[in-house]
Design a protein around this ligand. Sequence first.
Ligand code: TRP
Ligand code: ZN
Length: 473
Amino acid sequence: MRFRSLRAAAVAAGLTVLAGAQPALAAPGGPGGPGEPRYSAGAPGVGDPYFPKEGNGGFDVRHYDVAFSYDPATRRMDATTTITAVATQDLDRFDLDFRGPAISALTVGGHPASFRRDGQELVVTPRPKLKSGKRFTVQVKYAGTPPVITDPDDSIEGWVPTDDGAFVPGEPQGSPAWLPGSDHPTDKATFTFRATVPEGITVVGNGQLLSQTTTGGRTTFVWDSTEPMATYLATVTLGRFQVARSATPSGIPIYTAVDPRLASGSAATVARIPDIVEYFSSLFGPYPFTSTGAIIDQAPDVGYALESQTKPIFSSAPSLETMAHELAHQWFGDSVSLTRWSDIWLNEGFATYAQWLWTEHNGGATAQRTFDSADNYGRASTSSFWRTALTDPGPVSMFGNVPYNRGAMTLHALRGKIGDAAFFTLLKGWAAGHKYGNATTADFVKEAQSVSGADLTGFFDVWLFKKGKPTTW
Ligand code: TRP
Ligand code: ZN
């Protein structure tokens, strides 16, 4: 699945490799004549302002089937990933994003294809070539140790070994550590994971557990994620876990996996998952996926949590606020995804505001009090906090306090401006209207104006687009 306008932006940015790729001045009716294919290379990225090589042009991924074995003792993975995609142009070459271990074989449509690796790009030359509209498969076999990836802000992601397995977070660029694909949120797909590990280790993936079978001291877990998912939200976190299953009051299955060392420290938080999901469903509309849960692991070097689809992952025992934040992302970030990473406030500001609302609902500080606090509106007007553009924090500060706190403050201020009725209608409409899709800040501004019937130009200027502490709005 692919959002077209960013691809158009990539083309406009000159990212499509056209030079020399089209047959010149073909004879009428000959190759390249009217109605004949015009083959060219797919763009190496979708031209995201922060991660220009993330994603790829020329095709749209529909499904990933990721089959692998992994041994925590040797840290060796043996994998076969099969991608099902549809060509969106006549392709004689295309790229995948891949930072994983050595590739031993690669086929397209069952035919061996030549390939080369160039940094994070895996450049594939399919034979025969692929006509626009053609559905095709790419199968990649690889083996070795998947890498830890370091982000622009020096945090780590990708495949992070733990003392009993691996912690697997992918935002914003970690999934190519273990899975070749189109690593941009505008190309969502469905996923199946088939993971074989030593008996006693549990693999926890997104979606539903289809089967778990042990033979000869090894266990295979098959996880299926049937709702569209961005690659950065994929996980197959593995290790020693205590697994529990339950359901929310409205019947959504809950699967939780908790590192036994963190069981007592996280029990109270885990017990509130049903309440949190119910409360957010009442505010934002139905929970968007067919299962929920959490993965609580001991990964001290990671130090953050991530909203992996259907099962957020935590690198230590989470607070109730962090659990609420990651579950709110299931609506805002996972189901409704950003179109470019510079709009990260659409994820983090929304999840942070949901967290404030949960805290108030749970008897803690009111959202108004949190808004007013020293970490938020209480910051001095001279603070650097007010000098970062909320809609362009930069790749180093995309997970800094501006998208989170100023993003949440923007929503709280908007609620005050347009009133509760319009505000919650807007959020419900946002979640429903962009379900499983991608949206932009401009979409939000437009929808806020139309739901409220107000001219919010001045409001959004001071809260979203201008630097400096808002004083009147
Ligand atoms: N999106 C995560 C959250 O707020 C945080 C996160 C993901 C993060 N990747 C990161 C934070 C990298 C710092 C660095 O729930
Ligand atoms: Zn978040």
